[in-house]
Design a protein around this ligand. Structure first.
Ligand code: NI
Length: 200
């Protein structure tokens, strides 16, 4: 992609391209990043694997965690801060519990349980929209951690749902894809209209 993405340019206050995302994150330091929202076409991008886990990746993960906690949310994929790389952060701990941040680089779903569990899911890129989604209630995920070490995790309940939701983002899939086409079009139209009125 050759075009400058406004969110990326904005956060780094420098002229840098979306294919140099880690430099942008590095220059901006650990900071809250702008979250892109519907109908930004970047949300439909297939994110590319991260080949090397270095300080720039770790800084991006830390900035994403800060952004997620501030939102507040329980999960965030790099594409939601306009960085098309396979990186997600999660924390499903309760408010009164200590924080339990998880950084997953190149996460891959290894297996899914047979039982489905319903959750009403929201998404920081689709504010004020909740979708009832049935997903497998358990999941095994393989990923690389912030130190470059390969890990496998068995997750259940809310964490299992959040992992599937975030991995979907890396493949350009959104919660509105679980709606009927009619309902999905209504949501998309609403966000396009909001964008138009915000520009006036
Ligand atoms: Ni989301």
């Amino acid at each position: 992609m050759s075009a400058f993405h406004p969110a990326v340019v904005g956060l780094a206050r420098c002229v840098c391209q979306v294919d140099r995302p880690f430099l942008c994150a590095y220059l901006s330091g650990m900071a809250k990043l702008p979250i892109i929202t519907l109908p930004d076409p970047l949300l439909r991008t297939q994110s590319a694997p991260i080949e090397r886990v270095d300080d720039e990746v770790r800084q991006l993960a830390d900035s994403m965690l800060e952004t997620m906690y501030a939102a507040p949310g329980i999960g965030l994929a790099a594409i939601q801060v306009a960085v098309p790389r396979r990186l997600v952060v999660l924390d499903v701990s309760d408010k009164d519990e200590p924080r339990n941040p998880l950084v997953m680089i190149n996460p891959e779903i290894v297996s899914l349980g047979d039982t489905l569990a319903p959750y009403e899911e929201g998404c920081l890129s689709i504010p004020d929209v909740l979708v009832d989604i049935d997903r497998p209630s358990t999941v095994r995920v393989r990923y690389v951690d912030r130190y470059g070490k390969s890990q496998e995790l068995d997750a259940a309940g809310l964490l299992a749902t959040a992992i599937q939701h975030e991995v979907d983002h890396l493949d350009g899939r959104l919660i509105i894809d679980f709606l009927s086409r009619l309902k999905r079009d209504i949501v998309v139209r609403r966000f396009k209209k909001q964008l138009r009125s915000a520009k006036i």
